[in-house]
Design a protein around this ligand. Structure first.
Ligand code: PTJ
Length: 256
């Protein structure tokens, strides 16, 4: 994790990790990486993270395994990066891109040339050799979308068969699915439109997901394609979301 420790929070504080992350997001906002709404989105994520006990659940593990299998099987895997992703897991995302021989593309909801440039630098500083979706490209537009979110890179999301889009907005997730792409999202809110629309929804915090996804890619790379295909075929996203919700209720009631 690209952690920058905040000195005035004692490690014994029960919310230490959460407060560290929050402080990192404020720094990212000041550095121009994060949109103002990125801070609000992070707060929303914190609330849902609290409900799942701030840990990776069994349902998330299942979704991570399936996501790893789908990404390994992909012909053109693409990882889409927004401000929150760049702020939280830029190094891990670049590492994952390399392991999958995937493309890395910047896609911003609140797109400005300045933010694109800043995020491109963050990714390059984290080791990325190629970053798509920059201002230097002529974008291709995704059908059914308006505004900056309709932009995609010809060699990236436009061509992709499998796209990893953490913290995506509902409209874009729907448009990507309708283009017959397999859409993997990471969203702490199991009830968001993106969560319900995506092909594989990982209900967990991005900071915990990406390192685990890297480990799963390393583990599953040794399997045959047919085994990977079975993992993807046997995954039921709607059922997994329901199971994630059940875990939240169980944590509250203590009942199984
Ligand atoms: O960088 P930009 O311009 O592309 O803007 C990115 C944001 C996130 C601001 C934009 O896409 C947005 O407004 O997103 P939403 O609609 O607020 O959705 C964010 C979702 O991500 C919510 O459901 C949050 O619960 C969830 N979320 C927030 N932080 C995390 C998270 N999910 C997983 N891990 C997190 N760390």
């Amino acid at each position: 994790m690209n952690s920058k420790k905040v000195s005035n929070i004692h490690p014994d504080h029960p919310r230490y990790e959460s407060l560290q992350l929050r402080a990192r997001m404020v720094e990212a906002y000041k550095a121009g990486i994060l949109a103002e709404s990125g801070l609000i989105a992070h707060g929303r994520g914190e609330a849902f993270d609290y409900l799942i006990g701030e840990k990776t659940t069994t349902t998330a593990i299942k979704a991570i395994e399936t996501a790893a299998a789908a990404l390994i099987l992909a012909d053109h895997p693409v990882i889409s990066v927004n401000g929150n992703t760049a702020a939280l897991v830029s190094r891990e995302i670049v590492l994952l891109t390399g392991k999958l021989d995937a493309k890395l593309e910047i896609n911003l909801f609140y797109r400005t040339p300045e933010r694109v440039k800043i995020i491109e630098k963050v990714l390059k500083d984290a080791g990325a050799e190629e970053v798509l979706g920059t201002e230097a490209e002529n974008p291709v537009f995704i059908k059914g979308l308006e505004g900056p979110r309709s932009q995609s890179s010809r060699e990236g999301v436009y061509k992709a068969d499998v796209v990893l889009v953490p913290l995506e907005d509902g409209d874009r997730a729907e448009a990507l699915v309708s283009q017959e792409k397999l859409v993997i999202t990471v969203d702490l809110n199991p009830l968001s439109r993106t969560s319900k629309t995506a092909s594989i929804t990982i209900v967990d915090n991005l900071v915990r997901v990406i390192p685990k996804l890297i480990d799963e890619v390393d583990r599953l790379k040794k399997l045959e394609d047919t085994d990977l295909q079975n993992i993807v075929k046997n995954f039921d996203n709607q059922q997994n979301i329901k199971d994630s919700l059940k875990l939240v209720a169980q944590a509250y009631t203590g009942k199984k």
